[in-house]
Ligand binder design. Structure first.
Ligand code: ZN
Length: 527
């Protein structure tokens, strides 16, 4: 192994790690902005964040860094794609953990992913980057105003401009098959529209009749029990207990309150999650915390010593979402979970739940009901909300749909897939921030998360035996250990498609999610 190659790789890793530290400072500013910042401080915060974002971008496009990556990449290729560093080579500058198994970064993985990320940043002209950023700010302002006034035409010109710029972005980045590939790639690297599209279509074909038969069932849950009085401080305590029980490490993370819940990994031992509390609704905080803690478990399971390198980072938004959905729905909305937690829930909320049977409570938290608002949707109908957006944003990008016709197309699809028509655009096409912020290609990652979650969970069950038994005892370790081993510790060693294939033995598939929903909802709704 040539010594100069080793040195070069060390330098590249150090550069990448420092860039990651800088990016984490910006993340911390973002966390503070959403949880603590006084409103008058917003302008100065924007200055701070913009300055840092610029410095981070400079580090990425730095020519020396680029040259080093190219050189390493060429020497890796000469080695036939094999890493020139054997696993016994102590290449990692992080001395603290260099003897632990798996701590040597795989040079082939690191260089390939860094090169890919950097190439994308270099390809975008500075003028386009600035125009995208400016349009996103103006777009969000226009959207907020339009939503408030239920006035889609006021938002339409900004949407048209955004779509135009996203087309330019796709052309600048290049794509394997269609422009949408380039946008999807921003969130789901190396995934293809031609791969995702048919699977989501299959999911829709299965879900629409399932949801219809659930609607027509004479058996429906009484969800009013979830809207009784749940004191906020007790909700907070109970949600923390559940997050800790599934494995969220509060020594390496925290939970705070925000309007829009999120999870952010600020560094190897600092993962922040947030939630919101409603005194008259149980689900929002409890399942919200399980969801964000699921994201947090992934962050806390990434290899600490690979921090700042692709080998220490999450694969894609879809894989990240698979972890949150898995804990929120497949674990948190399972009967076994509530076998353990319902007696505790009744102790914590004696007034609200004292007279509610475990079966009635379980049916209520498992409710499937078509609704207008995506973020409030249940585990079955949620994907239909995504399908609507996925189909419409592709049509917009391809020019098959004009922005002016979007509200009509939106309402028509809601009627067709969910059986309901929004009474206005505020509860329809104007409900999400994404398009106004330039996030086209983002929506499918939510459904990919649901699909991957069901695939992973089915595989975990078949490999570990019966997960329901330990769950009913309050023991979630067997599942977490499995996820750590199969998914978390690999960082970006594999693409999402490679990972799911490797872990489950098959590619992206709608079957396990459909199967899960039939198995669960069939007995509940008497189908
Ligand atoms: Zn999420």
């Amino acid at each position: 192994m040539p010594e100069n190659t080793t040195r070069l790789f060390e330098e590249v890793c150090q550069h990448a790690r420092r860039t990651a530290v800088m990016a984490s400072i910006n993340e911390l500013l973002g966390w503070d902005e959403r949880t603590q910042l006084p409103s008058a401080g917003a302008e100065h915060r924007a200055d701070q964040s913009t300055l840092l974002a610029g410095l981070i971008h400079q580090r990425w496009v730095d020519e020396k860094f680029g040259g080093q990556i190219e050189e390493l990449s060429a020497s890796l290729e000469a080695e036939g794609g094999q890493s020139p560093f054997s696993s016994s080579t102590s290449i990692d500058a992080g001395k603290s953990c260099s003897t632990k198994k798996g701590t040597v970064p795989d040079a082939a993985v690191v260089v390939r992913r860094l090169k890919r990320q950097r190439d994308k940043k270099v390809k975008l002209p500075q003028t386009l980057v600035e125009e995208l950023a400016r349009t996103a700010v103006m777009g969000q302002q226009a959207w907020q105003e339009a939503r408030r006034n239920d006035d889609f035409p006021a938002f339409q010109p900004l949407l048209e401009r955004t779509v135009e710029l996203k087309r330019e972005q796709a052309e600048a980045l290049g794509y394997p098959q269609c422009p949408y590939d380039a946008l999807l790639d921003e969130f789901e690297p190396e995934e293809l529209t031609a791969n995702v599209g048919p699977v989501l279509e299959k999911l829709r074909e299965e879900l629409v009749p399932l949801v219809t038969s659930i609607q027509q069932s004479g058996r429906q849950p009484d969800c009013s029990v979830l809207h009784r009085k749940f004191p906020v401080e007790v909700q907070d305590r109970f949600a923390r207990e559940a997050a800790a029980a599934i494995g969220f490490d509060f020594n390496r993370g925290r939970l705070d309150v925000t309007t829009h819940p999120f999870c952010c990994g600020l560094g190897p031992n600092d993962c922040r999650i947030t939630t919101r509390f409603y005194e008259d609704f149980f689900n929002a905080a409890f399942f919200g915390v399980l969801h964000e803690a699921g994201h947090g478990l992934y962050e806390q399971g990434l290899p600490v010593e690979q921090y700042g390198l692709p080998s220490g980072e999450f694969v894609s938004l879809g894989i990240h979402e698979s972890q949150s959905r898995l804990w929120e729905n497949l674990v948190g909305r399972s009967r076994a979970f509530w076998t353990h937690f319902y007696p505790r829930a009744q102790e914590n909320f004696p007034v609200a739940l004292g007279d509610v049977s475990p079966d009635d409570f379980f049916f209520a938290v498992s409710e499937v009901r078509p609704s207008l608002i995506r973020v409030e949707a249940d585990e079955a109908t949620y994907n239909l909300h995504i399908l609507v957006r996925f189909e419409l944003e592709r049509a917009l990008l391809d020019g098959d749909l004009q922005a002016a016709d979007l509200p009509g197309a939106w309402n028509e699809k809601y009627q067709r897939y969910l059986g309901i028509t929004p009474p206005n655009d505020r509860e329809g096409v104007l409900q999400d921030v994404h398009w106004s912020a330039g996030l086209i290609g983002y929506f499918p990652t939510y459904s990919l998360g649901n699909l991957y979650a069901a695939q992973f969970f089915a595989q975990a069950e078949s490999e570990t035996g019966n997960l329901a038994e330990p769950f009913a005892e309050g023991d979630f370790r067997p599942l977490l250990d499995w996820l750590r081993e199969k998914i978390h510790r690999h960082g970006q060693r594999y693409t999402a498609a490679e990972l799911v294939e490797r872990v489950t033995g098959r590619g992206l598939s709608a079957a396990p999610l459909v199967e899960h929903l039939h198995t669960k909802m069939g007995p509940l709704y008497g189908l």
